[in-house]
Design a protein around this ligand. Structure first.
Ligand code: PMP
Length: 416
């Protein structure tokens, strides 16, 4: 069990008041999480105490910054049970990590007639890059549909994953409806036909234990900013034998070994994939965020999400007649996210009314436009929870929604 009151003291912004004296209720962690003081301080410490470029200097500060930068890489590797820190490539975010695979591995490995398989729940970051690869390579993009209760529909999976499948690229936990995907099962089926597996872990790695050896994936992409770390730092894990055969993505300084006017040879792994000066402070900050999560225990973080989701689903029962609530009914199958829609109240209107009560939720298509369209709605309102949220905040959300619906029921709102 997490000691949430104690945890909240570590997050300076959670004591902020908005619109005068309203306590901030942050229910938008799926967009970005709040940051603990230790993580913020690690960035200040770096800039105040040992700011220097990494891997380049023979001087004391560069040696210190390089050690901290590489130490953070090892922490991230251990966090997801990667074979070694060599499998961890720093990027800017999940989006860049996936684009790296699309621009390197996919260029060499996807051929005309091949199939790339994604789910109907993909974030645009794990859809749009594969649309381009499929178009450029004359390959086919196929979609695993969803069921009525918004789980993944695996009824046709044995024909969707077939000998033509070269890549199964799937979200681990949907950011818009919260569904958790059975990635291990899909990876085993992909392996059986010789396909590679990419997991978009943007929403799973911050919220549950994720073990790349257990899943047996080739690629795992995630973002620091959703897991208590700073913005501008992301991770791409690549399985060692796959990484060794990949061509570099960006070319320039740091990723080379020998350069002549005519040619260049590549640095060893993983630096071959990190051209230019990296986000040093960001990596160090992410390492400290990982320390924080390890201190709580990822099983506990997941359990807290599940408990809050269960509490919220129960509390939302009062609104069941008025709201459509998306995602599986089982809290453990969709932990941490509640997405909902009212037939007569546009989510933006609802979100604005909640905001005036200090409650931050996200409204829109959540970068999953095809999914939201397939649900037959323009957008959803989404509350997302993390390790610092409480049952009382869920109560405040439900009360505020009731109040907003009364307000719009009086004919003041716009209809969606
Ligand atoms: N995939 C999923 C499932 C996400 O939730 C997000 C962020 N909303 C992304 C990818 C993209 O993450 P980023 O914007 O940090 O690249």
């Amino acid at each position: 069990m997490l000691d949430v009151e104690k945890i909240r003291e570590d997050f300076p912004v959670l004591s902020k008041k908005v619109y005068g004296d309203l306590p901030l209720i942050w229910l938008d962690s799926a967009a970005t999480s709040q940051k603990p003081r230790s993580m913020i301080q690690s960035i200040v410490d770096y800039y105040e105490g040992y700011n220097a470029n990494v891997h380049r200097g023979v001087h004391a500060l560069s040696i210190e910054s390089t050690a901290a930068f590489e130490d953070a890489r090892q922490k991230v590797a251990d966090f997801i049970n990667a074979e070694s820190s060599e499998c961890i490539i720093w990027t800017r975010n999940t989006t860049e990590s996936i684009n790296l695979v699309a621009n390197t591995w996919a260029q060499e490995n996807i051929k005309a007639g091949d199939e790339i398989l994604v789910t109907a729940m993909e974030h645009h970051s794990n859809l749009v890059p594969w649309q381009k690869v499929a178009r450029d390579k004359d390959a086919t993009l196929r979609i695993i549909p969803i069921t009525e209760d918004h789980s993944l529909d695996l009824s046709e999976i044995d024909s969707l994953i077939n000998p033509r499948t070269k890549l199964v690229a799937v979200v681990h936990k949907s950011n818009s409806i919260g569904t958790v995907i059975p990635v291990k099962e899909l990876a085993a089926k992909a392996r059986a036909v010789g396909a590679a597996v990419l997991v978009d872990g943007a929403q799973s790695v911050p919220h549950m234990p994720v073990d790349v050896a257990d899943i047996d994936c080739d690629f795992l992409a995630f973002s620091g900013h959703k897991m208590l770390g700073p913005t501008g730092i992301g991770v791409l894990y690549v399985k060692p034998d796959v990484l060794e055969r990949m061509e570099p993505f960006l070319r320039g300084g740091e990723m080379v070994l020998e350069v002549s006017y005519e040619d260049a040879s590549w640095n060893s792994l993983p630096w071959r994939f990190e051209a230019g000066t990296p986000n040093i402070a960001g990596a160090i900050g992410l390492g400290v965020a990982v320390d924080y999560l390890n201190g709580l225990g990822m099983e506990n973080v997941r359990d807290h999400d599940v408990q809050l989701t269960k509490y919220a689903l129960d509390a939302f029962k009062e609104l069941e007649e008025e709201l459509e609530i998306f995602g599986p009914k089982d809290p453990a199958a969709r932990a941490g996210i509640i997405s909902f829609h009212h037939p007569d109240v546009h989510p933006h209107d609802l979100g604005t009314v909640l905001d005036r009560r200090g409650i931050a939720i996200r409204t829109g298509h959540h970068c999953t436009m095809p999914l939201i369209k397939s649900l037959g709605i323009p957008a959803t309102a989404r509350a997302s929870f993390y390790l610092y949220n409480t049952n009382e905040e869920v109560d405040a959300l439900v009360d505020a929604i009731k109040e907003a619906l009364r307000y719009f029921g009086n004919g003041v709102g716009t209809s969606g």
